[in-house]
Design a protein around this ligand. Structure first.
Ligand SMILES: Cc1ncc(COP(=O)(O)O)c(C=O)c1O
Length: 407
């Protein structure tokens, strides 16, 4: 400790360490954890390929102009400088409700879908409960449910990352409070076909539990044939809690605007719980919500060009990965993630592989184990938002690295 800070805070030399709650041991976020080590490598002068974070705005993607213009207008209007209504701007709720075919009281605006998911799990789970999660899944779910005292319960996916509905059936317990479906999926880029979604919805119906349908990537379909439509359309009598937002479909993660749409029966108590959770945290940034109205109401004219770029990048990275000895991948159908398997080499864990790769090539990926504790081998997640020349250069490096390691 420097002398100045000791003089300013003399107690800090003697006071005991502040005790942190035990449940904090459950909070981790592997997508960002890797960055600490990556920064050290970068500081040594290694050019890095940041393929770890799914933020389109670090690359050549931007939110639509009509969204940012609406935010500019709201910034100049003092009525939007205060707290917004806790459950969301009424016009935004009405706009989302219209696109969802619901009444506005069934829409709750959150600080990104992350907060919506946090509220959902808080409202559904008591200690000892579980929610069925896909293996692999977006890590926020597992982290949040453990913090709430929940029990891990993962359903398996096949070699194309499609859910195994029979496994799902076996895994439902008396304490299962919901089935989580992430389609399009992070980290695999898989899109679940209608038949699978229907089977999942039917299963939820049999067990009288809701489906949490995380559809935050639903506009980023790279193969038009892979378009099953939203889960709730398949569920007449089954409650579906659908999550969406600005972060991905509108390339605006920094806006931190997401929403939950409550479809189907039996969700009145849940809506009341959401309302109380929203009240307790007061508000979502109002100016950003005004931008979200424009996002929802405007035709999605920003998508064709963005999808064309993503398609080219997806094709390039999939082809190159499958040409490298010791690597094999499925081809993602949506979003901007790819989840290759390391099929050969000296590494015992995927973390060992990812750190070795990062040291040697500057390619930053996320170990597959960050998305599931039950994967059938070594995997990593790569984000393919970079331009083709960078993707190609990184694939050259990966190829050289694998050749060296497999010698
Ligand atoms: C599947 C999934 N759900 C939810 C989120 C959270 O999104 P938001 O930025 O709206 O909080 C993400 C973010 O990457 C995601 O991949």
């Amino acid at each position: 400790m420097c002398l100045y800070s000791y003089l300013a805070h003399p107690h800090s030399m003697t006071s005991p360490l502040v005790r942190v709650a035990d449940r904090m041991a459950h909070v981790s976020y592997p997508i960002r954890d890797i960055v600490l080590q990556a920064r050290k490598i970068e500081a040594r002068g290694t050019p890095m390929h940041w393929f770890n974070i799914g933020d389109p705005n670090r690359f050549d993607f931007a939110p639509p102009a009509w969204v940012t213009q609406a935010i500019h207008a709201a910034l100049d209007d003092p009525q939007y400088s205060g707290y917004a209504p806790s459950e969301g701007d009424p016009q935004l709720r009405a706009a989302v409700a219209q696109s969802e075919g619901l009444s506005p009281e069934r829409i709750f605006i959150s600080n990104g879908l992350s907060e919506g998911l946090s509220f959902t799990l808080q409202a559904l789970m008591d200690p000892g409960d579980d929610v069925l999660l896909p293996s692999p899944n977006y890590p926020l779910y597992a982290s949040l449910s453990r913090v709430l005292g929940g029990v891990e319960n993962l359903y398996q996916c096949d070699e194309n990352w499609q859910p195994d509905v029979e496994d799902m059936r076996k895994k439902i317990t008396k304490r299962t409070r919901a089935i989580v479906v992430i389609s399009p999926n992070n980290p695999t880029g898989a899109v679940y076909p209608r038949k699978t979604l229907q089977a999942i919805v039917d299963l939820a119906g049999e067990h009288k539990i809701p489906v949490v349908a995380d559809e935050i990537y639903d506009q980023l379909l790279l193969d038009p044939s892979a378009s099953p439509g939203p889960v709730h359309k398949l569920a007449q009598d089954v409650p579906v809690i659908r999550g969406c937002g600005l972060s991905k479909n509108f390339f605006y993660p920094g806006a931190r605007v997401g929403w939950l749409a409550l479809h189907g029966p039996g969700l009145d108590g849940f809506a009341g719980a959401l309302q109380r959770l929203c009240n307790a945290r007061l508000s979502v940034n109002w100016e950003m919500q005004r931008g979200a109205i424009a996002a929802v109401q405007h035709a999605p004219d920003h998508l064709p060009a963005a999808l064309a770029k993503l398609r080219k990048r997806r094709d390039l990275i999939s082809r190159r990965l499958n040409e490298i000895e010791g690597i094999r991948t499925t081809v993602p159908q949506a979003a901007f993630y790819i989840f290759p398997q390391v099929t050969d080499g000296p590494w015992k864990t995927d973390a060992e592989f990812v750190y070795d790769l990062m040291e040697q090539t500057g390619i930053v990926g996320v170990p597959g184990s960050g998305f599931s504790s039950q994967l059938p081998g070594l995997f990593l997640r790569l984000v393919y938002l970079s331009k083709e020349d960078e993707l190609a250069a990184a694939m050259d490096k990966l190829e050289g690295f694998m050749k060296k390691r497999l010698k």
